[in-house]
Each structure stands twice: as structure tokens, then as C-alpha cells.
Design a protein around this ligand. Structure first.
Ligand code: F6P
Length: 321
């Protein structure tokens, strides 16, 4: 019978992680479960460092970015020894179920741990990159999109005034989900994603064409995983004569109050994670697809790459004329 569960936030933080911790604790507690919040990501599992969480301990955090449990990228957890220590901690504290709130790296770790422990593990997808296979959306993505959009709207003002080309780099690691949604919703003239790369000549031709049509500024949204943006800036200047600026938005995209959408996903995923453990399902992640909550095995999610909807790139192109 399920008595004690652990919760851990791991990898890059994402706005809404706190709301997810709150949902886990406040779903678990009325069912008679004790909740252990492991600290600093998987390091807390390795070092047996945790805080007990009850419904009051998670009061006043639904609106806060970051994670009250803290998080690190934990190299020791990538070793056999680290995983073994984590499994021992779970056994020592008689943790029956573990909720891992994080992204792909955290789920790879969770999958490795699942092979070494009897503790049931459930993953709650939370990453601004939105690159977890099996779920249309992850906690934090909507907030990061909105943060980037509001910054780029400001950049648009100065781009128009100075008749400049801006290349704005957004996060996303090796994937283009953030760049694609941000690019479409700021009306970017070009969106560069690592999945497809780019053709500098085509971009320069686009800019020259739009100048002919009377458009004298443009925004190029580039995912950080796209290589060669500095060189591209120089090429655009050389071929079009436009002034070009490169802006890297950086970690501003990871912070701030979660949007209502990120909080909503956190509430839904957090509750579903505890229900999944109570239903004796193990080694799953929580997914949302077409507004339905489902689960997928950890093994499946770590095995596959989430596909990018490149039709949205075409749409962005058609609309940014
Ligand atoms: O995975 C989230 C993310 O913000 C990525 O978009 C980015 O590449 C990475 O984390 C940055 O990691 P760190 O904060 O460890 O430099």
C-alpha cells in the first residue's frame, strides 16, 4: 500500500514547478500519504536530503517561478554509483512512489533509477523547451513563450524605428519548439530551428524582397541550437546593407510568475501524478494531448524524439509578408 511519496524537481527550472509541487502535496495529503520533498534535484536523493511537505508548507507558492525544492543538473546521477545511492535513499525512507518534475534529462535519469528500485516513479513534464515526447505541452512552456514574446515586441519597436534587422535568439536546447511558437506569435519574418537549419541566401533574398515592398525592418527568431547566427548577421549586412543586431534573450525566459496556462497544467499534472501512483501504475509520465490527460511509459518517452510541427513554419512564412 502507498504510504510515503517523494517529490523532486530536476534539471532546468520551469515556471509552474512550484504549482506542481503544491498540487502533488495537496492531492497526496488528504489520501493519508506523507510527502518527502528531495532537495537540489537528484542530489537530494543521493545525499538523503529532504524536507517534509504538508499542505501548509506549500502555501503561497502557486504564483512563484523557480522551485522551492531547488534544482541542479547532477552529474553524479549519471553514474551507476549515484543511481545506486539514490535507490538506497528511497529504500531507507521507505518511499513507495516518487514524482519527478522535470524534462528529458530528468526522465532519462528516472528511467535509469526505475531499473534499480521498487519505488514506483511518475514523471511530470516541466521544461520551457516543450520537447518531451508524448505530450503536446509541458509546464513552463507557455510562460517562457509569453516572456519571449513580450521582450520581442519591445525589440520590434526599436527595429522599426531604426529600420534594422534583429536576430533574436531564444532557448530550447537542441530543439525548435520555443522558437517556432515565439516566432509565429511575434510575426517574425524568419524562424530558424535546429531541425531544419537555414539558408543564408534565402534569408537575404527575403529581406531584399521585403525592402522592395516597403518593409524596412525585420525580426528573425532563432533557436539557440541553430549554429552560425553571428556569421548570418554579417552576411545579411553585407548583402542587404541593413544594420543587423543580435539579441540573446537567455535565462530571462526561465523565470517569472507562471502564466495561468502553466499553473493549470501544473495543477492537472500534479494531481494526475498522485492518482497514477495510487492506481499502482508505475514508471510513467503524465501527458496532455487534445486536452485529455494520459500516461505514457518512461521507456517510450526517453526512446523517442518529439516531432516538430513544421507546418507552423509555413504558416508563419505566409503571414509575415
Ligand atoms: O532545458 C531548459 C534550458 O533552459 C534550455 O533551453 C537551455 O539550453 C538550458 O536549459 C540551459 O541550461 P543551464 O541553465 O544549465 O545553462
Amino acid at each position: 500500500m502507498l504510504k510515503r511519496i517523494g517529490v523532486v524537481t530536476s534539471g532546468g527550472d520551469a515556471p509552474g514547478m512550484n504549482a506542481a509541487i503544491r498540487a502533488v502535496v495537496r492531492t497526496a495529503y488528504p489520501k493519508g500519504l506523507q510527502v518527502y520533498g528531495f532537495l537540489r534535484g537528484y542530489e537530494g536523493l543521493i545525499n538523503n536530503s529532504f524536507m517534509r511537505l504538508d499542505p501548509r508548507a506549500v502555501g503561497g507558492i502557486i504564483h512563484l517561478g523557480g522551485t522551492i525544492l531547488r534544482t541542479i543538473r547532477c552529474p553524479e546521477f549519471r553514474t551507476r554509483k549515484g543511481i545506486k545511492k539514490a535507490a538506497e535513499t528511497l529504500e531507507k525512507n521507505r518511499i513507495d512512489g516518487l514524482v519527478v518534475i522535470g524534462g528529458n534529462g530528468s526522465f532519462r535519469g528516472a528511467y535509469a533509477l526505475s531499473k534499480q528500485t521498487d519505488t514506483a516513479i511518475v514523471g511530470v513534464p516541466a521544461t520551457i523547451d516543450n520537447d518531451v515526447y508524448g505530450t503536446e505541452e509541458t509546464i513552463g512552456f507557455d510562460t517562457a513563450v509569453n516572456t519571449a514574446v513580450s521582450e520581442i515586441d519591445k525589440i520590434r519597436d526599436t527595429a522599426v524605428s531604426h529600420e534594422r534587422v534583429f536576430i533574436v535568439e531564444v532557448m530550447g536546447r537542441k530543439r525548435g519548439f520555443l522558437a517556432l511558437t515565439v516566432g509565429l506569435t511575434v510575426g517574425a519574418e524568419n524562424i530558424l530551428v535546429p531541425e531544419l537549419g537555414f539558408n543564408a541566401d534565402e534569408i537575404c533574398n527575403d529581406i531584399l524582397e521585403s525592402i522592395k515592398k516597403g518593409k524596412r525592418s525585420s525580426i528573425i527568431v532563432a533557436a539557440e541550437g541553430v549554429k552560425g547566427t553571428r556569421k548570418l548577421a554579417k552576411q545579411i549586412h553585407k548583402r542587404t546593407g541593413c544594420e543587423v543586431r543580435l539579441t540573446v534573450l537567455g535565462h530571462v525566459q526561465r523565470g517569472g510568475h507562471p502564466t495561468a496556462r502553466s499553473r493549470m497544467l501544473a495543477c492537472l499534472f500534479g494531481e494526475k501524478a498522485v492518482e497514477t501512483l495510487l492506481n499502482k501504475e508505475e514508471d510513467k509520465i503524465i501527458c496532455i494531448n487534445r486536452n485529455q490527460l494520459t500516461t505514457l511509459s518512461l521507456k517510450e518517452t526517453v526512446k523517442h524524439e518529439k516531432p516538430l510541427n513544421t507546418e507552423l513554419l509555413e504558416l508563419a512564412k505566409r503571414l509575415a509578408v
